[in-house]
Design a protein around this ligand. Structure first.
Ligand code: ADP
Length: 349
């Protein structure tokens, strides 16, 4: 293999740059020129007026400084055209015209689907899991997850200081899309009293009961960690009627949020205040932790070694603490286990 490319796709995640740096170092070691493709698959569609807008030769001295930075130097973006076979053909032709024979795709399951299609068109592809959500079943970790959890843990610790001072409960919302792993690990790491995730059905009444039990025990400052996707597993609740009849203005059809949830709990539990904080995009903005950086280093190197050896259509992951690879197809079909026992433990202590 003479020349390879690398791109980041899907949501940005701390550790993506570290993986690009490892890819660049390994490509340099094997004497393979490396092209960085910008804004996910968009950079392959040649819709920009200048080539530099779409891709850039990645030399070692360009990337050595980016490894520790959050975000992605190559940029990332959705590319809806990639769902269309005709556009994927354009992408494969661009790669062929540039002499790029192999591609490292750093992203989540959507990005891996795109890579699988490119493999069918004769482009060798290797995927590296890059998403803070940890929603890929075939791997024990994804780049950015550990960093995001650490941000959330620090946020909860900081919030605890004020919760303790005022003796009031606090709802803390963390990211993860349809996956509750960030919430669960954050809850376990901080000793939160309640955790809510999309994987397990729950009801407002039942959470208010649990909070009331804490209050009865003299704990007026419980932490309730909620995953951003937890509303999808919530039993129907007429927030509009409840809040308006309890003196809080609420609009019909308004979606539930952490802020509204805190308002409801305050009224159901007779507290003076229940506050809420959404940790939000700070979860993506920290330098990668040592764990994420180390995984990025090994994964980046393995990806290039596989391409050098003519191996394609694979994704890299972590299994039993070891970096390994498996076919994209197997990875995408794997079923994600949810740590239900741990969830039950948090909610029962
Ligand atoms: P993630 O990779 O984190 O799951 P997305 O689901 O947004 O993020 O996917 C990233 C990109 O991957 C999409 O913008 C699109 O370019 C490509 N992609 C996603 N799903 C498919 C698919 N089914 N077929 C081809 N390309 C896809």
């Amino acid at each position: 293999m003479k020349k390879i490319g690398v791109l980041t796709s899907g949501g940005d995640a701390p550790g993506m740059n570290a993986a690009v740096m490892a890819v660049a170092k390994s490509a340099a070691l094997y004497g393979m020129p490396l092209v960085g493709i910008k804004r996910g698959y968009n950079g392959l569609l040649r819709k920009s007026t200048s080539l530099y807008d779409d891709m850039e030769e990645l030399r070692l001295d360009t990337v050595l400084d980016i490894a520790d930075r959050p975000g992605t130097y190559l940029r990332t973006a959705r590319c809806m055209e990639f769902l269309d076979p005709a556009w994927r053909e354009v992408a494969a032709n661009t790669l062929r015209a540039m002499g790029i024979e192999g591609l490292v795709v750093i992203g989540g399951d959507g990005s891996f689907h795109g890579a699988e299609y490119l493999c069918e068109l004769g482009i060798h592809c290797i995927g590296i899991p890059g998403t803070i959500d940890n929603d890929l079943a075939y791997t024990e970790m994804t780049l950015g997850y550990d960093t995001a959890v650490n941000v959330c843990v620090n946020a909860v610790r900081a919030i605890r200081a004020t919760s303790r001072s005022h003796d009031r409960p606090h709802v803390v919302e963390v990211m993860g899309r349809h996956c509750g792993d960030i919430a669960l690990t954050t809850a376990v790491s901080t000793g939160a009293e309640i955790v809510l995730v999309p994987e397990v059905p729950w009801s407002v009444e039942e959470v208010a009961d649990r909070l009331n039990q804490q209050i009865a025990k003299g704990n007026y400052r419980a932490t309730i960690v909620v995953a951003e996707g937890c509303w999808e597993s919530m039993a129907p609740f007429d927030m509009y009627t409840f809040l308006n009849s309890h003196g809080k203005r609420c609009y019909e059809g308004e979606p539930i949020s952490s802020l509204r949830f805190a308002s409801i709990l305050k009224r159901m539990c007779g507290m003076v205040e229940v506050r809420s904080t959404v940790v939000g995009y700070t979860q993506r903005g920290e330098q990668p932790t040592a764990r994420d950086s180390a995984f990025a280093f090994e994964a980046g190197h393995l990806a290039v070694r596989l391409l050098r050896d003519g191996i394609s259509n694979q994704v890299i992951g972590m299994r039993d603490g070891q970096v390994y690879y498996t076919s994209i197809d197997t990875a995408l079909q794997a079923e994600r286990p949810f740590r239900r026992a741990l969830y039950d433990l948090v909610n029962s202590l």
